[in-house]
Design a protein around this ligand. Structure first.
Ligand SMILES: C[S@@+](CC[C@H](N)C(=O)[O-])C[C@H]1O[C@@H](n2cnc3c(N)ncnc32)[C@H](O)[C@@H]1O
Length: 402
């Protein structure tokens, strides 16, 4: 592909990302991948260049733009004016070079994020908000988790000398840029999994122990399920539940590769979750709710989450988080704990939900927890890329006392 054709490809992907933001469609990463499945002529360098440009544009345009072209022009004008010289085509040469610039055509304005989202972050981070947002809009490193059922970190550091230990997670490794994990025998042997250090810390916050009865209520494809199973030394019972059949279906293969045999996978029907969980009522030592959320803590990977989030959608997410907390409360045994996690830094999805829960559920109280090497024990923990260098998370632990 010529440089100009790459720019036109980025515009077309961005058009789809804009439409997806309005309709709840696919993530930008998926859009770029799909774009190239029907364009076999594009090589790996073309794909990488187009993907990088798409993500650079999304990072610099904080609010949903009128079109992909408007977004790209706005980004280029502010950060890479030489790209505008590639707008040499005509309106009917789509696919080759972007059409010539027209005087007064729409142009998106660079910004960090929608003002109302920044205001909410400001209530948590105050004067530090700009630093946090800048870190959220940086590129994320590739982190791996050592599967302690099959390996230990020191041995892997000898086997894979390009990797470095992460600062906080005792099982974390940070990979050099561009590493393709699928090329590593250690991955196929189940010794390592891709997992951001923040997710590793969130799983550690559960405090899982061998032999316990644990429920991972929003298990998805099992990222944290695998980490919990390793903390349990593959002893006890681990129920992994989710409403998304597609995500759950990826789990058995991952469990098998990691040597995990204690998991009971349960498919839940949305709003009828209890039907598939009621046999576990009041029995769990620990329940993890890794709740669906706005994803503001993962802007490094999904910067288009800023375009997708509306006040209405946030309200719906908070309602769902309340519902999942109440559902989980019924599963915890007396003396057991409930760990609530969101990869969001908006206080409404964090402290807001926990305070609302505690008002309604007198049998629960905040429970202090600590992660070795981190801050003093506390009932909540906020992780941010500006402070800990990982994705942003809010984590809270509650104990059922009666
Ligand atoms: C943040 S993701 C979980 C990621 C996963 N725990 C991991 O570590 O990879 C949130 C998950 O909640 C699931 N979910 C949404 N509504 C749910 C519900 N009512 N009951 C259970 N899971 C739900 C979604 O399908 C999604 O997989």
């Amino acid at each position: 592909m010529t440089p100009a054709a790459r720019v036109q490809a980025a515009i077309e992907c961005l058009d789809q990302a804009v439409a997806a933001a309005r309709t709840g469609g696919a993530a930008a990463d998926t859009i770029v991948q799909r774009y190239f499945t029907t364009r076999r002529y594009a090589g790996s360098k073309d794909r990488r260049a187009v993907r990088d440009l798409v993500f650079d544009v999304i990072r610099s345009i904080g609010t949903v733009p009128e079109s992909g072209r408007a977004a790209l022009i706005g980004h280029a004008r502010a950060n890479a004016p030489e790209v505008l010289e590639l707008f040499t085509g005509t309106a009917d040469t789509a696919g080759h070079a972007p059409a010539l610039l027209v005087e007064g055509e729409p142009e998106a304005r660079p910004s960090l994020a929608p003002g109302w989202q920044l205001d909410m972050l400001r209530t948590r981070f105050g004067k530090g908000t700009d630093k946090v947002v800048a870190a959220l809009l940086d590129r994320a490193p590739l982190d791996l988790r050592v599967n302690t059922l099959m390996a230990n970190r020191d041995e892997l550091l000898i086997e894979l000398p390009d990797l470095a230990p992460t600062a906080l997670s005792p099982t974390g490794l940070r990979a050099p840029t561009g590493l393709n994990i699928e090329t590593l025998p250690a991955f196929h042997a189940g010794k390592i999994e891709v997992q951001d250090e923040g997710s590793q810390l969130a799983a550690l916050a559960v405090g899982a122990l061998p032999g316990e009865n644990i429920i991972d209520l929003c298990a998805g494809a099992g990222g944290k399920t695998l980490a919990l199973a390793a903390a349990m030394a593959n002893e006890g019972r681990l129920v992994a539940a989710d409403t998304d059949r597609g995500r759950l279906s990826a789990m058995p293969q991952r469990l098998a590769r990691a040597g995990v045999t204690i998991t009971d996978i349960r498919m839940l029907n949305p709003r009828k979750e209890w039907d598939a969980l009621k046999d576990l009522a009041g029995l769990a030592d620990r329940v993890l709710i890794d709740a669906p959320c706005s994803g503001t803590g993962t802007w490094r990977r999904n910067p288009e989450a800023r375009w997708r989030l509306t006040a209405e959608r946030l309200g719906k997410l908070e309602g769902e988080q309340d519902r999942l907390l109440s559902l989980a409360a019924q599963l915890v045994k007396i003396g057991g704990s409930l760990t609530y996690v969101v990869c969001s830094l908006l206080p409404g999805e964090g402290e807001g939900r926990i305070n609302a829960f505690l008002l309604k559920h007198g049998g629960f109280r905040p429970q202090e927890f600590s992660i070795p090497g981190m801050a003093a024990p506390a009932p909540t923990l906020v992780l941010s890329p500006a402070e800990q260098g990982c994705d942003g998370f809010f984590i809270a632990r509650l104990e059922r006392v009666c």
